[in-house]
Design a protein around this ligand. Structure first.
Ligand code: SF4
Ligand code: SF4
Length: 244
């Protein structure tokens, strides 16, 4: 959401207001779980993170993953532009070993997945059918059926010492984390989930600037027409020069 200069000031503000400690406290209210580590949930896409969670992840990547910066920037840029048209896109933090490279700072969405019973679990309508229709009509871009129709299934393989959580508990915790974003953005925007975005969206706004969105259609179209990544590669080249 913010470019780099503003991001540095947001990081300072987060430290001053002890937002990272508050975030950690909120995360600690969730149970310690185990699962099979199949990574189905991580291959579905990049889950949304509140802005404060993005800052937390940004700081972790900056301080601990210098050797992975270029790969992360490349994968995040690809994901940002092609998530709707390329079925191969996964969360950019998923390693080849099926492990999460930022496990200790993964966002609430990842932590909460698998904690609801089958009856309570619902991804909700992501509006992809309507979006696919609009893209076809306005830009002649086809969003693959595989993407339009795929919904992340209920997991059922997460083991928690206290059983399933209630929807209200998880909604309350999400609201508590979202409220930390009031430090940076108007409450109305945060409450409408305007600061809850996939990590690659947050990162591309920081790295490639505010015009990033306007160029998305052209990149998608070029990829859809003939698998050409020329424009995309130009943005990737710019992105991988970024210093966290
Ligand atoms: S939470 Fe479920 S889907 Fe995700 S890695 Fe664990 S077992 Fe697989
Ligand atoms: S952040 Fe980690 S846990 Fe969450 S989807 Fe990505 S790889 Fe999976």
């Amino acid at each position: 959401m913010l470019q780099q200069v503003e991001l540095y000031s947001a990081l300072g503000k987060a430290e001053q207001n002890e937002l990272f400690a508050k975030l950690k406290t909120a995360y600690a209210m969730l149970p310690q779980t185990t699962c099979t580590g199949c990574a189905t949930c991580c291959k579905w896409g990049s889950p949304p993170a509140f802005f404060v969670e993005y800052l937390n992840m940004y700081k972790y990547v900056r301080d601990n993953m210098k050797d992975k910066w270029q790969e992360l920037l490349r994968r995040s840029t690809e994901y940002y532009y092609l998530e709707l048209v390329d079925t191969q896109q996964t969360c950019p933090f998923l390693g080849q070993d099926n492990k999460c490279s930022i496990y200790e700072v993964r966002p609430f969405s990842c932590r909460a997945y698998g904690l609801l019973s089958k009856e309570d679990f619902a991804i909700g309508d992501r509006g992809l059918k309507q979006l696919a229709k609009k893209f076809k009509e306005e830009y002649d871009i086809t969003i693959p059926e595989e993407i339009v129709n795929y919904d992340l299934p209920w997991c059922g393989k997460v083991v928690s010492p206290r059983g399933y959580e209630s929807k209200s508990t998880l909604a309350g915790l999400a609201a508590q984390i979202g409220a930390l974003d009031y430090t940076f953005f108007p409450q109305e925007l945060v409450d409408q989930e305007g600061t809850l975005l996939p990590y690659p969206v947050h990162l591309c706004n920081t790295v490639l600037g505010s015009g990033v969105r306007a160029r998305k259609i052209k990149v998608m179209k070029q990829f859809c027409d003939n698998g050409n990544k020329e424009m995309l590669n130009g943005f990737i080249e710019k992105a991988i020069a970024f210093q966290f």
